[in-house]
Structure formats: C-alpha cells, structure tokens
Design a protein around this ligand. Sequence first.
Ligand code: TRP
Length: 360
Amino acid sequence: MGKIILTGDRPTGRLHIGHYVGSLRRRVQLQNSGEFEKIFIMEADAQALTDNADNPGKIRENIFQVALDYLSAGLDPEKSTIFIQSQVPELTELSFYYMNLVTVARVQRNPTVKTEIKMRNFEANIPVGFFTYPISQAADITAFKATTVPVGEDQAPMIEQTLEIVRRFNNIYGPTLVEPKILLPENQACMRLPGIDGKAKMSKSLGNCIYLSEDPKELAQKVRSMYTDPGHIHVEDPGKIEGNVVFTYLDAFCDDAHVNAMFPEYAGLQEMKDHYRRGGLGDMKVKKLLLSVLEETLAPIRARRQELQKDLGYVYEVLRQGSEKAREEAAKTLDQVRHSMRIDYFADRSLIEEQKQIFG
Ligand code: TRP
C-alpha cells in the first residue's frame, strides 16, 4: 500500500507565515516528492463551526481565502485533492460511530482542547460539537486511510487520539482502519512561530501575524516594528538571540547562503548571531536581512495569488471537484466500516438467512 497524506486547516482567516513554515511549505515539498500515492488537503469548515456556530459567514468568506493561499503557495490540484470537510458527509457518520469508542474523561485530558477551552472562555459552556472535535478529526484522517499527517506539534494530541480510536476499532470490529503517523516540522523554529510582538503564538486575534498575502509595504512596516531584545539599546550593546523574534524568523526562513550574499563578512547565520551576542550589530541590519528573505519568499506567492484572484471560477472548480473526489474516497471507507460493524444490513440478503436461523 502506498503512502497517503491527509491534513488541513480551519478556514477562519487568511493563512499566515506561521502556517507556511509550520506546514504549508512542507506540504508542497511532500507533494512534489512523488513519495505519496494520494494527498488530501482539507478545509475543515465543519470543525471551524464548532466554535463559530453564530458566525458561519466568517467561515464562508474564508473558504476562498484559504484556497487562494493553498494554490498560491504551490499546492497543485493535479497532485493534491483540495476539498471542503462539510461537503463529505461520510465524515460525520464515521465520527458518530467513533464517539462510542472514546470516554468524556479522555477528551478532557487532551491538552490542546484544554488550552482552547481556556482561550475561548468556554469553561462552563463548552459546545458539545467543539468538545468532540478531536473525534471528528480521527474521522477526517481515517476516512482517507492516511498514513501520514503533516501538522504542527499542537496537533499531536489529535493524532494520539486517532491512534487510540483506530486500535480500539480494529480490536473490536476487526482490522479495518489504518494507523496514521504524525509528521512534524523539521526545524525547531518552525514548530511554533511566535507573533511579531514576541508573544508565544502568531494568531489573528492577537493581531501579531504576517500574512502570506501581506503586501510589501505592510511587510516592511511589520518587520520594522518587530520585537527584538529590549535590553539591546545601542548597537554596541551585547544582545540576546533567545526570544528575539527576528532571529527566530531567520532560523525559519533563512539559509547561510542568503546571509553571506547580503553580508559577506559572515559565513552564515551562526556568525551573525555570535556578533549580535558580542555587541556591535544593530537591529536595523538584522531586520534588513529578514525583510529581504521574507520578501524573496512571499513575492512569488503574492504574484500567483493576484493571478488566481482574477479567475475565481477556477478556484471554485478546484474545490468542487476536489470535494467530489474526497467524497468517493470516504464513502469507500465508510462502507468497510459499516461492514466491519455489521450494520450493513441491506448490503446483501444475508440478514434474512440469519433471521431464519432464529425464527426457524
Ligand atoms: N485541527 C486542525 C487545525 O486546527 C485542522 C484539522 C481538522 C486537521 N481535521 C484535521 C488537521 C485532520 C490534520 C488532520 O488546523
């Protein structure tokens, strides 16, 4: 059996460069590696609705934003099936069966869910759908028989939960589902890119993002205002690298060749960091490098996005056809699941024979 990828994002806003280094860039590499038999990239709108029930307009609006981010970053619909979760109702049915294999206490222990509940002040009012989303995520993954799930580390508890469901299902009903493996970003700096204000995570609600579609002027402005080392006041002061967002971003985006091309006095990033630590290297100079690296990364993405925005009919077709294809795939798995659970009553007429035995 070939390797299969499934991954996705909640369409609650445009994607930012944290998404890019944490997952999107990797997906494009994996897509082009030729190592995978099938690749499914999902816009998790149903999951997004679990904490946005009163604002479906926001999700609807962002379906295209995220699709444009995907396509402009290099996902190719010829190689990757891009689809919308809610358009594959088979996922809901799978979730419903999986819910019986998980206890409430188990979901309560999920650290990502715990953090999200706190962040949303849901403590006393958790929507049931939100609470169960790790189970629906297991349905997303298993419906496509995914072997490989490239995600950020915050998603590790979801993969753990999926593994438990798969094992329990196969144990009770016989081997049916495939155990997936998580694929984390390679580079530590890419694991969880901080916001430009130095806060733990880049997030729209904190207003500390750089978007994939950021225009050059805004980008320059954001890099200029970026958090560095507050103790590094004069150029000659020794500076800190740890917690210095500019260096964290350089770790995620910049290679030694780039450093050397711009500043030949350094062989690579390490020498530049050493100089900063010693003192004598100003923030402006480091930011200049970062801006050039970011602009080099984002310029082609921005250009493709501008082209795609002129042909929204194409984007619509990508999503429509992708959703159709995904649905066919999920339906096959659902048939196997029903068969394993022996709830495929009308698949053949064997139920009549079984009943004859009982009723004589
Ligand atoms: N939870 C993911 C996020 O918040 C989105 C998602 C939904 C997902 N289902 C998935 C990711 C299945 C990987 C696999 O971004």
